[in-house]
Design a protein around this ligand. Structure first.
Ligand code: AMP
Length: 287
């Protein structure tokens, strides 16, 4: 596996190759969710760049940044199956932020306003800043992002349009543990009791999906809140239903539109997010 710490080394390596390049941006502590992105990228490109960079500017909470899991040795083992076409990019902050380690300010037509945008102030400015730097410095043909971070994915699609770099953004499905918990690097921070309680998040989302034609959004919210409150290890941060096109939370579901549920739940200090799509129906029970 080729490992580089600067984007210029990657440029010189790829310069005479003229091949398709897929980029998988990550913050490391890789799990099967990340690997699924690498797998898709490896099928679609001759070279795959996996970046591992814990981006300080997207953390609104210094403790969260300090505790973020790191395991480069294990990450290299997890990627070894893709050795032949894999370029691992592990930059120092100066390579992505040559001037100052700070976010730029972006506007994405309101996509950035609610949910993670509201609950983690500055988060999406940090994400967009680092993704813009990665896109401009690495210039991939395609870039791969998970639907687990659905709001981030929509923002990156908007950013990509604004930058006009003609990168194809590929959306990849959420990979879950056997018990339904969405895979996340943060899951390694859960203690055994928190880990045992955490599957309630997806279990409750599935239950809501099952009742989606009978329940109003308020009923969905009340059900989710009660399910989380029953678990002493968990605390609800938010529950929203938003139209997938504008990501504005709503209590009124219009027929023919596509909606998603977005949740964030604390297990101790570890914050877990999840999302499921509600099926498009011709009629919804009004709230
Ligand atoms: P992260 O390292 O958490 O910044 O994630 C890097 C990329 O992996 C992002 O595009 C995430 O959406 C994606 N990702 C994280 N967890 C999962 C998962 N469980 N399933 C699919 N993609 C994921």
């Amino acid at each position: 596996m080729l490992v580089f710490t600067t984007h210029t080394e990657i440029h010189s390596f790829l310069s005479d190759k003229k091949k398709s390049v897929g980029l998988v941006p990550t913050m490391g502590a890789l799990h099967k969710g990340h690997i699924s992105l690498v797998e898709i990228a490896a099928q679609e490109n001759e070279w795959v760049i996996v970046s591992i960079f814990i981006n300080p500017t997207q953390f609104n909470n210094p403790e969260d940044l300090a505790n973020y899991p790191k395991n480069l040795v294990q990450d290299k083992i997890a990627l070894s199956a893709y050795d032949e076409k894999l370029i691992l990019y592990v930059p120092e902050p100066e390579d992505l932020y040559p001037e100052k380690l700070e976010s730029k300010e972006y506007h994405f037509n309101g996509l950035e306003k609610h949910m993670e945008g509201a609950f983690r102030p500055g988060h999406f400015n940090g994400v967009a800043t680092v993704v813009e730097a990665l896109f401009k410095k690495l210039i991939p043909n395609r870039a791969y992002f998970g639907e687990k971070d659905y709001q981030q994915l929509q923002i990156i699609k908007a950013l990509n349009k604004q930058l006009d770099l003609k990168i194809k953004i590929v959306e990849c499905p959420i990979i879950r543990e056997k018990d339904g918990l969405a895979m996340s690097s943060r899951n390694t921070l859960l203690n055994p009791e928190q880990r045992e309680a955490a599957p309630v998040i997806f279990k409750s989302l599935k239950e809501i999906k099952f009742h989606q034609t009978q329940w109003s959004v308020s009923e969905m919210e009340a059900f989710f809140q009660a399910s989380i409150e029953r678990e002493s290890q968990l605390k609800l941060d938010y529950f929203y239903v938003a139209k997938t096109s504008d990501l504005i939370p709503t209590y009124n579901l219009e027929a023919g539109m596509t909606y998603r549920i977005f949740v964030a739940v604390f297990a101790g200090k570890t914050r877990l997010i999840d999302t499921v799509e509600l099926e498009k129906k011709n009629t919804f029970t009004p709230c």
